[in-house]
Design a protein around this ligand. Sequence first.
Ligand code: F6P
Length: 327
Amino acid sequence: MKIPKKIGVLTSGGDAPGMNAAIRAVVRSCTYYNLECVGVYRGLQGLIEGDFEDLNARSVKNIINRGGTFLKSARSKDFLTFEGRKKAFNNLQNENIDALVVIGGDGTFAGASVFIKEFNFPIVGIPGTIDNDINGTDYTIGYDTALNTAVEAIDKIRDTANSHNRLFLVEVMGRDAGDIALNAGIAAGAEEILIPEQNLGRERLLESLSRSKKSGKTSSIVVVCEGDQIGKNIFGLAEYIEENLKEYEVRVTVLGHIQRGGSPSCYDRVLASRLGVGAVDALLRGETNIMIGIVHNRVTSVPFSEAIKGSNEIDEELIRVADIISI
Ligand code: F6P
């Protein structure tokens, strides 16, 4: 592979706090190595539409602390077609871009992987998603911030739950992965945590709630991951609990996209900066078709094919801790 002189950078898929910090690190690494850098707006869709802008070290000032992504993001349907990807390739050639850094989740990496095979174009990925559902990295950019947002919100819900002796079902994000639910649930002292990796079912939840009541608890918080089967219809679940456990008055809060916004935590800013520098380093070493991640606090890499396998292993130790401390 020829060593790149001009690198493009984009953010794709659901945005995540810390994406700006990652873009900044990529742009500034390019400046450091005397490479040109081009920002691609609106992710893979912007690649197809040729929505490019030259970036330099000063273009990314004052963004390390900002949520969202200044390059904007999109979930591109056109990139799923060969015609779309061909247009993207032509635009890259016309712009003399030799390599890309893509910041996103498994959908982004799957698209990048197909593109590399079709056009032999060098791409390195950085995991950016609040879900923390990428294989080959302990953490994804945005996850820590989203977790803290969720915990802060659940703490507030606890105040009102407690004042009214109510049960709250709090839905947190996580399309297929329960990482936010499990960790926020432990940190906020939830009585029960429903995650897709377990799918424990409604009866078990009723048993546990009735045990909680008998043990003297007056209010309760159940954290429900959006991807959990019984949580999929959270309002239906609330009705089911009220019908079967008359002693409970239930309310529902769906935290939703609030978890995707906000100023990135210190952890996410540092992680994003390390992975951004790591991605440019990898391209300069001639590497491609890989994602840069963090494992045991060391910057590392895995092939895209590994990264997109997803990480839905249950952390048994965390589940045990959650069970014990919610007694
Ligand atoms: O992938 C991150 C995520 O926030 C998931 O937790 C959620 O299921 C999904 O994106 C929502 O996507 P959108 O913002 O496109 O509705």
